[in-house]
Design a protein around this ligand. Structure first.
Ligand code: HEM
Length: 201
């Protein structure tokens, strides 16, 4: 069994909710419905230009799995950092929550469990809603909002500009706010800006 996380209040494990979510099967069904709608919705889909629907579902699945069960299965970023560049108003946050509420009702989750799911998400409102982009925080320090840094990769991935493969140990440059990553061809060592810009579609 995975390591257990001890959390209290609205983030405490919730066996009744997990049971109603059929130990994860229902959670996946809800998230497939939800992100299917998010990716069709012009108020929300532009934020997801870098992520496939499958990736968004997978991350959210593990994130909520960990909260609802207390098992340590989520290794992504905390919401504060994951949304640092996104300007999300209270109104937009409410809109997303309403959309989620509709998916939970369509699934047939009882009202008291919908309320508990919504209280969990509500905890993250203050980490996500903001009027301007901000830097990511590491060990309590906020990183600058603009600029590039060099990094040696610990994970493989793709260059965001030319889509060529990046391997563990490769040196890359990344944008500290947006997290875009350039290979050495697209952003040569020592250059003060990328040769190939990444365009938001
Ligand atoms: C209007 C509200 C929201 C918008 C527009 C939004 C948008 C996004 C986007 C674009 C991503 C990146 C997807 C990816 O790269 O895979 C993301 C990731 C994520 N979001 Fe949200 N989100 C919102 C609300 C929330 C809420 C309420 C929660 C928590 C309850 C949440 C939790 C997460 C998590 C855990 C990730 C994955 C972080 C990672 O990539 O490591 N989001 N969100």
């Amino acid at each position: 069994m995975a390591e257990q996380k001890r959390r209290a209040g609205d983030l405490a494990p919730d066996p009744e909710l997990w049971e109603a979510l059929k130990q994860g099967e229902g959670l996946r069904e809800i998230l497939e419905d939800f992100y299917g709608r998010v990716y069709e919705d012009p108020r929300l889909n532009h934020f997801f230009w870098q992520a496939t629907r499958e990736r968004a579902i997978e991350k959210q699945y593990n994130f909520l799995y960990e909260i609802f069960t207390g098992e340590k299965v989520y290794f992504g970023e905390r919401p504060f950092n994951a949304h640092s560049w996104m300007v999300i108003s209270h109104e937009l946050f409410d809109y997303r929550e309403q959309l989620m509420g509709e998916c939970l009702r369509r699934y047939g989750l009882p009202e008291h469990l919908i309320h508990r799911w919504r209280s969990t998400e509500e905890v993250f409102r203050r980490h996500i809603v903001k009027t301007e982009p901000r830097g990511k925080k590491f060990r309590g320090q906020e990183l600058p909002v603009e600029g590039w840094e060099t990094l040696t990769l610990e994970f493989s991935g793709l260059c965001d500009a030319c889509k060529s493969e990046l391997n563990i140990g490769d040196e890359v440059t990344f944008h500290v706010r947006l997290g875009h990553t350039w290979c050495r061809k697209c952003f040569p060592a020592g250059a003060d800006k990328p040769l190939v810009e990444i365009h938001h579609p």
